[in-house]
Write a protein that binds this ligand. Structure first.
Ligand SMILES: *Cc1c(COP(=O)(O)O)cnc(C)c1O
Length: 417
């Protein structure tokens, strides 16, 4: 019998058990990490397919290996569907992740030592936007902009003034924890004024943009990058969208510049996920993701835990716990919720005073729960459970009753039938 017909449970029970355990964890917990989601069984099937066996260095029609006809089919499907979703002139679906997508853009038009202006990590930015622990911070000269400490919103006049002062070669927008829409058009204008490129990294909101419930930077920004496993539910990976002008430079920067062979099983997953996102139901999904986040914002605000910037335009909220729960760090809040089956992540907040391993906040997202069917009422209950737990982190009776409710909500809304 060939390995492809053996079952993992028999051939490698240790790994099979870990996978089964993860399946149970996902079914039995409220997944509220804003960057995570549950892909469809069709995406799982594509990602778990024989596509993983094939080398397909190069691009459709121009491969360095024979036997790539089916690779070309799936890669072209992924590209064409992405073009339809976002209206981009050129799409590269080969980046292994969102970070690799950003790398591809930097490599396409920047030289080491060039200047990047991007959003501060503590204000919602991403490591790959020039943090010193990441290649982007080591290769480039980086300055960062932040949010107005009073409003929690980006002050674009301040960004414009900073751009004139710093004279960047590239301005990066997009974030991991900024709960508001970016004014991409304004940032493109600012970039034009100082002769910089504008990279809009929509990693978190790829699904919301595809569905038209979040502003689309394609057409304004020179480059748009994204992750494909967050709100778009197309499986783990990244993508780059750009104009015809930069198409060749971007493609070369990804292969051979920064990567070898593409992960064709992931590209098959992207094609399937993008196809699902073209269906009308996906718009309903994306609208519910945002509605659910707004419901959570209302519950937290009523409980005296106003989210940073007072609310959200998208799928996530950032809670700064320093005022409402001065005795609770982000790390402790994450643990307290984890204990009762609610998975969130600790997160730095604007004006952060603690280390990134401790933090003063938590980030809470709705994409995964919405995928498993949580509606406004369910989400209001989830918000109340979070408040109850954080208000009573040491009370075992509260923990037990919250856990009961979590079990009930999970049973009512299974991830995979
Ligand atoms: C998630 C994310 C990325 C990419 O992350 P990967 O883990 O490399 O896919 C890039 N930029 C932002 C803003 C993100 O939130």
């Amino acid at each position: 019998m060939t390995t492809s017909h053996s079952h993992l449970q028999e051939t490698d029970p240790a790994v099979a058990e870990a996978i089964a355990g993860e399946e149970r964890r996902q079914e039995n917990n409220l997944e509220m990490i804003a960057s995570e989601n549950h892909v469809s069984e069709a995406v799982l099937e594509a990602q778990g397919s024989v596509m993983t066996n094939k080398y397909a260095e190069g691009y459709p029609g121009e491969r360095y290996y024979g036997g790539c006809e089916h690779m070309d089919t799936v890669e072209n499907l992924a590209i064409d569907r992405a073009k339809q979703l976002y209206g981009a002139e050129h799409v590269n679906v080969q980046p292994h992740s969102g970070t690799q997508a950003n790398m591809g853009v930097y490599f396409s038009v920047l030289e080491p030592g060039d200047r990047i202006l991007s959003l501060d990590l503590n204000h919602g930015g991403h490591l790959s936007h020039g943090h010193h622990v990441n290649f982007s911070g080591q290769l480039y000269d980086v300055e960062q902009y932040g949010v107005d400490p009073d409003t929690g919103y980006i002050d674009y006049d301040a960004v414009a003034a900073q751009a004139v002062e710093f004279d960047p070669d590239m301005i990066v927008s997009g974030s991991s924890a900024y709960p508001r829409e970016f004014d991409f058009e304004r940032l493109s204008e600012i970039a034009d004024e100082v002769g910089a490129y504008h990279l809009a990294d929509i990693a978190h909101v790829t699904g919301l943009v595809a569905a038209g419930v979040h502003v689309n930077p394609v057409g304004d920004a020179d480059f748009v990058t994204g992750s494909t496993h967050k709100t778009i539910r197309a499986g783990r990976g990244g993508m780059i969208m750009t104009t015809d002008e930069h198409a060749e430079a971007v493609d070369k920067a990804i292969f051979p510049g920064g990567q070898g062979g593409p992960l064709m099983h992931n590209i098959a997953g992207k094609a399937v996920g993008f196809g699902e996102a073209l269906e009308p139901e996906f718009v309903d999904y994306a609208e519910q993701v945002v509605a659910n986040a707004k419901t959570l914002a209302d519950v937290f605000t009523d409980a005296g835990m106003a989210p940073v910037s007072g609310g959200t335009d998208k799928h996530l909220l950032l809670l700064d716990l320093r005022e409402s729960h001065p005795d609770l760090t982000g790390e402790e809040a994450e643990d307290a919720l984890d204990d009762v089956g609610i998975t969130v992540n600790k997160n730095t907040v604007p004006g952060e005073t603690r280390s990134p391993f401790v933090t003063s906040g938590i980030r809470v997202g709705t994409p995964a729960l919405t995928t498993r069917g949580f509606d406004d009422d369910d989400m209001a209950t989830v918000g109340e459970l979070i408040v109850e737990r954080l208000n009573n982190p040491d009370d075992p009776d509260v923990a037990a009753s919250v856990q009961d409710e979590v079990d009930h909500l999970c049973a009512k809304n299974p991830v995979y039938e």
